[in-house]
Every structure is written in structure tokens, then in C-alpha cells.
Design a protein around this ligand. Structure first.
Ligand SMILES: [Zn+2]
Length: 411
């Protein structure tokens, strides 16, 4: 086994690999999974991974599982990586790639990349029910993987969560509980519920250290796609920010294994109306302070108080030499339109990286000649009502061939 256990990022506590844990028992900080990298390096040449079936589980030795027979998968990961020259020209760089976790994952969002790991751990530990709090995408993913594993699911969402996301979770059999308030308020109550042990559910929420390890696979997929080189800049939407922290960990692992020679700079993009990580970065702070949430189209990014997760993301951004930005509502819509110009149907929350790059270029944080990868994270079908408002369905209905011909000639 290459997964060797956990260490706490806040104190020197360590825990064995078979422990069912969320946070550090001593100081309640986040846990980080550890691996025997020397053995991986000795046993597994990087070229061997290309021969394996595609998906997150291609990298099983770098994921925290103990029983491969319990893996719960829907074929997630190995999502499209698309060079987009029209978007590149519009935002001011020569080479821009879109990594589409929105269109390449089973439930239409990035969450599948991590929930496949937490569902597997739930199966390993023998739980019967998966649970999470969510702005919508995590809820549908937890519900889908619970269904796949033959388990139950309970999900807690803000009362104003986009209807398609709630419907998708319920469709997969989840018991969905709508809670009045914004996400960070619900997150605090949900964490209290889980840690109180009042329920015997497996938490797939913000404290689960196993789940986040799935997000490292972004780094592996990008490095392999570029011939074991890495992009100069990786730009990711930020809610809690753990995708950024874990992608950064993944790139660090690749260097440690000797599979790549460098790491990219990491960039986080939020809505200015709810952008605690961006604000803390701009202020030069080391700890992410909560902000007051204002309405935003990027509802999936609206974590006003990301707490320890946000601070981890900020540390990764700083360590990599990257930056964070909060973009306006108009810039969010512009990102959605630019992605549509390349045939990509992306929800507002998942699209923000595009306008983010334009901001970073204007600020001199990204330069024109660099290779940039923008991760887009949620399908347009996930927030369909908002996107529908951006177009006009024609009222006119033609009838018969002659009218159809006349209409065709008027195009
Ligand atoms: Zn600790």
C-alpha cells in the first residue's frame, strides 16, 4: 500500500491510514494524506499510467484507498483539455486551454472528481448513508455516487439553490433539505450536526480529507497531456478553494516523483460580490477573513466564510507565485458568452476563470506568451434558468414549406 496515513497541517499529529477521521483530534485543523513516494517512484514508471483505463482511478496509488474492490466510480476524470484560440485572443494571451470538468464528468461538475473518493471511503468504512452540505453541485454528485454504491444520501442546500441542481440530486434519490440562509451559515450548522455524531452518516462535506485527494488528479492529467511538462498558469474558480490547494499538492507530488521538473503558478477567481479569498490576497493577509455576501450569478462560489479551506488555498496561491481576483457580474456573463463562442455551455460559477485571465493579464500577473489552463467546473444545464435569461426564444412560428423557405432566405 502506498497510502501511509495522515498528518495534521496545524500541529505534528499523525494518524494511520485506516482511521475514519475528518479533522485533527488534537487541534481540529485539516488533515493531509501522505504516501510512500520513494516506493511509488521505484515501482511505477510514469509511462505506465498512459496504458491504464482512463479516469481518476488511473492514479490509484496516489489516492487514499485501502480496498480497491470497494471503488465507487461513474467514469469520472480525464475530462477534455481544449485549446481555445478565440478565447485566448479575447483575453490577451497566445495560448489558452480550457480543462472542462463541466462537460466531461458524469453529473456535469468537478465534484465527481472528489466524491468518487469519498463514496469509496464510505463503502470501505461500511456506512449506509452519504451526506453533505452544498450549493448544489456537490449535492447532485453525492446523490449520484450514493445511488451507484447502493447507499442512501441526505443533502443540505441553501433555500435559493438553482432548481436544476436540486432536481438532479432528488432524481438520484437524495433526501434534500433546504435551509434558509447563505452557504457559509448552512456550512457552520451542518458541520456542527456532523461533529455532534447525532447522525451516523458519512460526511462528504468540507472537512473530509479523503475526498479532497481526488482533486489532485487535475495536476496529473494536465502534466500527462502536455508530455510531462506543466502549464505556466492554472486558473481555477474558488469557493472554499481546496481545488486550488490540492491541484498545487498534485503538481508538487509530480516533481517529488521526478515525473515533472517544475510547477505552474496557481490562480483563483471568485465573484467580487462574494470573494473572501480574492480580498484577503489583495490585502496581503495570510488568513482568509469572512466577507459579507452580496447577490451574485456565481452562486456555487458564494462561500462568504471559507475558513481553514480558504487559508489553505491562499497559501497555495502565494507559494506558487500566483494571484487571486474577484470579478464583476458583467465579467461573469462575458465569460459565459466567450465559452459559448467555442461551443462550451458552462454555468456562471464555472466560467469565471476566463474573465479572470483578462484581469490577470491587465495586472501583469500573467504575460501574453505563457501557456494558460482555465478550469471550467459546471455545466450550463446546472444553472439553466440563469442562462435561459440570456437568450430570446423566437415567438414567430412558421408553418409549411413556403413559409419555411421564406424564413430561410431571410437569414
Ligand atoms: Zn492538529
Amino acid at each position: 500500500m502506498y497510502f501511509t496515513g495522515f498528518h495534521c497541517v496545524g500541529c505534528d499529529a499523525t494518524y494511520p491510514a485506516d482511521r475514519d477521521l475528518l479533522l485533527c483530534e488534537r487541534c481540529e485543523n485539516l488533515l493531509e494524506a501522505d504516501y510512500d513516494y520513494d516506493r511509488i517512484r521505484a515501482d511505477l514508471p510514469r509511462e505506465g499510467f498512459a496504458q491504464r483505463p482512463h479516469g481518476v482511478w488511473r492514479w490509484v496509488e496516489l489516492l487514499p484507498v485501502l480496498d480497491r474492490a470497494k471503488i465507487v466510480t461513474l467514469g469520472e476524470g480525464d475530462t477534455p483539455l481544449l485549446r481555445c484560440d478565440r478565447i485566448a485572443a479575447a483575453v490577451g494571451v497566445d495560448e489558452l486551454w480550457v480543462k472542462s470538468d463541466a462537460t466531461g464528468n458524469p453529473t456535469g461538475s468537478l465534484k465527481d472528481r472528489s466524491i468518487t473518493v469519498s463514496a469509496t471511503k464510505a463503502a470501505e468504512f461500511g456506512y449506509r448513508v452519504l451526506a453533505c452540505d452544498s450549493t448544489g453541485n456537490k449535492a447532485s454528485s453525492v446523490a449520484a455516487y450514493a445511488a451507484r454504491a447502493g447507499l442512501g444520501s441526505v443533502v443540505f442546500c441553501p433555500h435559493d439553490t438553482p432548481v436544476p441542481k436540486m432536481a438532479q440530486a432528488i432524481f438520484f434519490g437524495a433526501r434534500l433539505i433546504r435551509v434558509r440562509g447563505h452557504y457559509s451559515q448552512i456550512n457552520a450548522m451542518y458541520r456542527r450536526l456532523i461533529h455532534s455524531k447525532s447522525v451516523a452518516w458519512y460526511d462528504c462535506g468540507t472537512d473530509n480529507p479523503f475526498r479532497y485527494e481526488g482533486k489532485k488528479t487535475y495536476a496529473y492529467e494536465m502534466a500527462q497531456a502536455f508530455g510531462w511538462d506543466v502549464p505556466d498558469c492554472v486558473v481555477h474558480p474558488a469557493s472554499g478553494g481546496m481545488s486550488i490547494a490540492k491541484t498545487w499538492k498534485g503538481f508538487g507530488e509530480l516533481r517529488r516523483l521526478g515525473w515533472t521538473e517544475r510547477s505552474p503558478r496557481m490562480f483563483g477567481v471568485q465573484a467580487a460580490n462574494c470573494g473572501p479569498i480574492a480580498r484577503s490576497w489583495a490585502a496581503g493577509a495570510d488568513i482568509v477573513a469572512p466577507v459579507e455576501k452580496k447577490p451574485t450569478l456565481a452562486s456555487a462560489l458564494a462561500a462568504a466564510d471559507p475558513g481553514l479551506l480558504g487559508t489553505r488555498a491562499l497559501a497555495a496561491i502565494r507559494a506558487s507565485g500566483g494571484a487571486a481576483a474577484g470579478i464583476s457580474e458583467d465579467e461573469i456573463l462575458d465569460s459565459v458568452r466567450l465559452l459559448a463562442s467555442e461551443g462550451l455551455f458552462i454555468e456562471p460559477s464555472g466560467a469565471v476563470t476566463i474573465a479572470g485571465v483578462r484581469r490577470m493579464v491587465a495586472a501583469g500577473q500573467i504575460t501574453r506568451g505563457e501557456r494558460v489552463v482555465c478550469v471550467v467546473t459546471g455545466s450550463g444545464f446546472k444553472d439553466f434558468e440563469r442562462l435561459q435569461e440570456m437568450v430570446t426564444i423566437p415567438e414567430k412560428v412558421v408553418e409549411g414549406y413556403d413559409e419555411m423557405l421564406a424564413e430561410a432566405q431571410s437569414v
